[in-house]
Design a protein around this ligand. Structure first.
Ligand code: SIN
Ligand code: CO
Length: 389
């Protein structure tokens, strides 16, 4: 029996989510043989090439001239997509990588559901790669945790010890490391999966023509969170408290920036984070916003709570913008940083839209539009260009 591409499940005898989270997650690399029983690829290499050729899809082809990523003396190169002639790469030593395939090919979305032992908002995207024999991206380190599922074909995966490796960039967009030495070395077959924590060096070399599905996680850095905080504060005139002097602790010389002043700035900054409401705003903004901004489709005319039902009646189906991200915060639904007060209807609507892989039946939405909050929610999404018909 082949796996059901509409409903991928991690095999419970191979992958125990609780044990994984306790012992492996963000600690060490680990191979799970037969993680997906009788794995059935959600797409074919041709479909992947088709997706890579669509406008707005981020793809690249990485080649290593010797045709064998095992060979040390390699001549690496990278070409951004869309690529129309794959023949130029020959039969070995290249790989096509396509970012955010889940957003452009909804059947691939169902693979991500297998990872719901972690919150949806931790996931960045599903990257899919097709590699010719000997193809790979070379030894490198990622800043993010990743699960790599082996689809058709076999691929050899090596992982090494975390550390400070010298970087080497054969192309400005291809960052590899020098001195990689493998500690683990496994050949993955269809349905096998490797988990690689952020910071663990690795190298994947295709043995056959193979497909790989990388479930990548997002983890904002302090810099990103602080930048979101600053953006919010400037937009809303928040955090206006200013530096004050401690007259008992002025610098000995007037040109000196003394330790006491630095500490008072630190206190001022730390106090900014004491505003729990503000903190929630920032986190909700960051995690409800797709790093690849959705392409909005604005309505011809704005709708409001009184006209939204009429708008819904115009067409049998409505659609959500590619990459729309939504999260639930106590009492609210937040979509791409826009807050909507919620009630039972709004939560129903949230689930219908969030789970939709394709067109959404207008009638399904219409059933949940009896409250003012529900109408404001849908009207808001339409006016932001995030839901359209
Ligand atoms: C892939 O080639 O499918 C994944 C590349 C990687 O990040 O190791
Ligand atoms: Co990687």
């Amino acid at each position: 029996v082949k796996s059901d591409p509409d409903n991928y499940q991690l095999s419970s005898d191979v992958f125990d989510a609780q044990a994984f989270l306790t012992n492996v997650w963000q600690k060490k690399a680990c191979v799970f043989r037969g993680a997906f029983k009788n794995f059935c690829d959600p797409l074919t290499p041709d479909e992947l090439a088709g997706i890579a050729s669509e406008a707005g899809v981020d793809s690249r082809v990485i080649t290593c001239a010797s045709g064998d990523a095992n060979n040390k003396a390699l001549n690496w190169d990278l070409q951004h997509g869309p690529v129309d002639d794959y023949d130029q790469f020959g039969s070995t030593g290249w790989t096509l990588l396509v970012q955010a395939v889940n957003e452009h090919f909804s059947p691939a979305q169902s693979l991500l559901r297998a990872f719901r032992f972690l919150p949806d908002w931790r996931i960045d995207d599903l990257m899919v790669s097709f590699s010719a024999p000997g193809g790979g991206v070379g030894p490198h380190i990622d800043q993010y945790d990743v699960f790599i599922i082996q689809g058709e074909g076999r691929r050899r995966w090596q992982t090494g010890a975390p550390g400070n490796y010298a970087a080497t960039c054969p192309h400005p967009d291809l960052k590899q490391i020098e001195g990689f030495s493998a500690i683990t070395d496994d050949v993955l077959e269809p349905g096998d999966m490797i988990y690689i924590p952020a910071g663990v060096p690795h190298n994947g070399i295709s043995i056959d023509h193979s497909l790989n599905y990388s479930v990548g996680f997002r983890a904002p850095s302090q810099a990103e969170l602080l930048s979101a905080l600053a953006d919010y504060a400037l937009e809303h005139d928040a955090l206006q408290k200013r530096y004050t002097d401690d007259t008992s602790d002025l610098p000995a010389e007037p040109w000196l920036l003394h330790e006491g002043a630095v500490q008072r700035c630190k206190t001022l900054l730390l106090e900014a984070l004491d505003d729990e409401q503000l903190l929630l705003q920032i986190c909700a903004k960051v995690f409800s916003t797709n790093p690849r901004p959705p392409l909005p489709e604005w309505p011809e005319e704005p709708v409001n709570e009184n006209t939204v039902n009429e708008w819904l009646a115009q067409s049998e189906f409505v659609y959500k913008a590619i990459g729309l991200r939504m999260i639930v915060v106590d009492g609210f639904v937040v979509c791409q940083g826009h807050w909507f007060a919620s009630d039972t209807n709004v939560l129903n609507l949230f689930h219908i839209i969030n789970d939709a892989e394709d067109g959404i039946e207008s009638a399904q939405l219409a059933k949940n539009m009896s409250t003012k909050k529900a109408r404001a929610f849908i009207a808001g999404l339409i006016n932001e260009g995030l839901v359209f018909n």
